[in-house]
Write a protein that binds this ligand. Sequence first.
Ligand SMILES: *Cc1c(COP(=O)(O)O)cnc(C)c1O
Length: 458
Amino acid sequence: MSARREDFDAALDVASDRARAWLGGLDGRIVRATATVDEVRAALGPALPDGPSDPADVVRLLADAAEPGLVATPSGRFFGFVIGGTLPAALAADWLVGAWDQNAALRAASPAGAAVDDIAAGWLLDVLGLPPAAGAGFVTGATMANFAGLAAGRDAVLARAGWDVGARGLSGAPSVRVLAGAERHDSIVSALRYLGLGAPEAVAVDDQGRVRFDALAAALAAEPGRPTIVCLQAGNIHSGAFDPFASAVPAAHAVGAWVHVDGAFGLWAAASPRTRALVAGAGDADSWATDAHKTLNVPYDSGVVVVRDPAALRSAMSYHADYLVTDAAHLEPYERVPELSRRARSVPVWAALRSLGRSGLSDLVDRLCRHAAAFAAGARAIPGAEVLNDVVFTQVCLSFGDDERTREVGRRLMADGTVWMTGSRWRGREVLRISVSNWSTTDADVARGLDALARAAG
Ligand SMILES: *Cc1c(COP(=O)(O)O)cnc(C)c1O
């Protein structure tokens, strides 16, 4: 055994043992953390040591100190925010990504990274019902995917107006109009801010948070000829609802607008015949953002930007430097994303899709929806509980009467620890939000969740 291998072995053995113990213990533990931030800080020790430490000891210290401060987000009883777990193949592949330590920016720097990017991108376009010739980039999450897709859109609508953003910036440029549903995710707002486009104009939404077509049509008609971007949404974080793509996309295109779809978790509806109708027409948009770390259950952090015209993505994201050995015949991985140096982020995506196959992926989506429907049905049987949304996908919004009572049920539920659901405000009311996003959630987990809800509401 080489000295180098020994250097790694002891530390990796500790990491593997601790990872297995953590994953194996998920079933039996409460979901919330048992230590506070300050307690974990104290356990880790604040002082930077003067000298080196044994690598295995460092990993052991980290696991000992951190574990009480971990939330069991990969557990089948975590229903907070919109957070998926991690599929076994995706997690193991992610470990290899760390060990391989490829800089997957360039084909020359990692032929394997580029090959996996190509295949995983092709599979994604296929299962998500997106144009097969589109360009796809592997980014950290839907926030950056929204940023990259909207960057391509900004540059394209301004190019059509005779303005080269890359050369001239935005000072003096024709002003770009951005329309987004009133219930767009806030990362759309931040992406637009990074892009110098300011806050979007809010388009009125219906009682499920869907863009109202009449409101969109009126807004589109109001300022003809102005460079326009329309942001639509596949999967409202509260209701799970989908914007009316089949009418909205052609209407936006009719006035020359660029259409971007934020489908962080909802674009995956396309992967199952049962839910595919929810995204009908979304594939006709110009750019899309989605996450692999939510519905697909890939470890953090993993998002994907897709742009119909690969040249638009490349011109928004790419740059040339003489030291970067590029292959003129191909789009390099870094030319589709904001980052240059990057981990081989497509590898766990590839492994997740390869391990599920087409039927496994559609079963996963169906299962999440079935559990959400079971939560809604079970909640309706709890005295005082009300389901506020039409449960069309993976999200359920509950109220337990007035705001204070809903907050109190949420507090009791968190103290109980059997499940994690997050509080929020939706349509002027305090809500308890259930997001079913974890591949490993079982019928028994849902039953335990409903029991916990009934106890908290009792
Ligand atoms: C989660 C989410 C985002 C942001 O995605 P990140 O992966 O957290 O960057 C954007 N839009 C929607 C609809 C989301 O659910």
